[in-house]
Structures are given as C-alpha cells and as structure tokens.
Design a protein around this ligand. Sequence first.
Ligand SMILES: Nc1nc2c(c(=O)[nH]1)N[C@@H](CN(C=O)c1ccc(C(=O)N[C@@H](CCC(=O)O)C(=O)O)cc1)CN2
Length: 303
Amino acid sequence: MTVQHTAEIIDGNAIAAKIRGGLKARVDKLVAAAGWRPTLAVIRVGEDPASIVYVGRKVRACEEAGIDSRQYVFPADVSQEEVIATVRELSAAPDVHGILVQLPLPKHIALAPVLGAISVEKDVDGFHLYNVGGLVIGDTVFPPCTPHGVMLLLDAAGVEISGKNAVVVGASNIVGKPMALMLMQREATVSICHIKTRDLAQYTILADILILAAGSPKLVVGPMVKRGAVVVDVGINRMPDGKLVGDCDFETVKERASLLTPVPGGVGPMTVTMLLANTVKSAERHFQREKGQAERIGEPEPV
Ligand SMILES: Nc1nc2c(c(=O)[nH]1)N[C@@H](CN(C=O)c1ccc(C(=O)N[C@@H](CCC(=O)O)C(=O)O)cc1)CN2
C-alpha cells in the first residue's frame, strides 16, 4: 500500500512579511543614524497593465518599509536617449540609492544601454553586467530579486539544496539563468530547460527541486513531477477570466510534490521584498561610504 500526501504550501506572503519587518527595523536605524531615508527611483515606460500593477506594489511596499520612492513615468514612444539621460541623472544623484527600470521596455528601446547606464552601486535589480558578472563568480552585491526570493523561500522552508538535482524550466535573463547560477552556487546539480527542450518530462521527473519560470500555464502536470519534489512556481499567467495562475497544474502537482508555492502568494511577494532588501543594503552602503569620508575629512594632517 502506498500512502500519498498532498504538498505543503509555502506561504510567500507570510515569509515576505517577516523579512519586511526586519527591513523596516534596519531602515529606522539608518534614518536615526544618517538623517535621511533610503530612496528608490522607479522608471516605467508605457502603460503595460502588468507593469503598472507591479510598480504599484513596489511603491506601496517601499512606503510600508519607510523607504522613499520616486516614480518617473514616460510615454511608450519616449526615445531611448531620454530614458538613458534620466538613468544617468539618477545615477549621479547623491540622494537616490536604488534605481530600477521596470521591464519589459517597448521594443524600440535597447535594454543593454539603459541597464548599462545604471550606477552599479544603485543597481538594486542586479541587472547591470557588472552585477551579473558578480553572480557568475558567486560574489554579487545585488542579487536579482526573483531568483534571490526563491532561494530565501527554499531556505525558509528548510529545503536542503546541496547535492540535489535542480531543474529550472525557463532560461530568461531575469529569472531562469540567474536562478540556475544561484542553485549551482549552493551545490545543486542544475539542468536548464527552455523553449527548445525536447520531451520536458524526462528532465522534470528527475528534479528534487523544480523551478518553473516559463510563463506557460499548465506546462507541468502531476505525472511530470517526481514524488516528494519541491516545486517553486515562478510563472505568472493571467487567464481570460482574469484569474492568475502559475506554470504548473496546481491540483495535480500538489498530489506529487512535498512542497509547492502557490500563484498568487508564492514567489511574487518575495520579488518585491528582495527589491526592498537590495535598496536598504544600497542605502546602508552609501551611509558607510559617507561616514568613511567624514572620518577621513576629520583625520589630522600627517606631519
Ligand atoms: N525591473 C524589473 N522588471 C521586472 C521584474 C523585476 O524583477 N525587475 N520582474 C517581473 C515582474 N515583477 C517585478 O517587477 C513582479 C512580479 C510579480 C509580483 C507580485 O507581487 N505578484 C503577485 C500577484 C500580482 C498580481 O495580482 O498580478 C503574486 O504572485 O502574489 C511583483 C512583481 C517582470 N519585470
């Protein structure tokens, strides 16, 4: 007789709320010491409905954590030069500690020069090539928010990563690729599947840890999942009836997995929380540099 269990659901909202509490305490401490608040600049181009929702969530989360935010909203036909000029200004502004450019951008704007104009010290999304390079060697200041959020969810749920088979479905620059690097850094054996992968199930069935980030509803169904696997669903798909679903068929995967994240309420809140974490970190680093400068100014002249 086989006894079957349904998966325990990882509550991303609860884990995110706990982390945000700690971040708020760090903000209060910094404000008391520095006399200024961490400040995040958010650039949004066009009126993509999902981007409006996500930016709204980020701004509200900043408010709740005591972080100031400034929004720069451009029409969809703004020139690439204008966006880059704004990013450069914000990069040089001493009272801005984090800059994010909400993605996707309209097609006529090339991503690389926009992201390249963000000061690496303010790159709270971790998308600048310098920070991407840091991630490759396992030493980055600003880890990208969604995969970092996934790692913290796994840690909070007590999932052992070292030595496990991890399969990442989706190879985007902002989730799949950095996710694979982070899992590899923690000594998982990592496979990446993508749009051209043939017979996806032959990979997913081997996964102890399965990360879904393809943006395709019901891509993975119960029989494709190893019994007892940990499944993290990063997919966000808006269905015609307005319902939000992930990349897995929740009901059938729940019967196979040991742990499963829901959509909504799983990875999404962690993405926003990791943005706050990177912004607070950036502001603390700014304060340390400022303080170091003040100490140097106060030093006696060498005789
Ligand atoms: N500059 C960036 N752009 C984008 C990123 C990013 O990390 N940086 N990631 C995604 C979207 N994203 C953040 O911007 C994001 C996705 C999901 C959520 C979220 O809170 N989801 C909720 C449901 C929200 C809803 O009702 O639609 C959940 O899953 O519970 C926040 C942010 C692309 N662009």
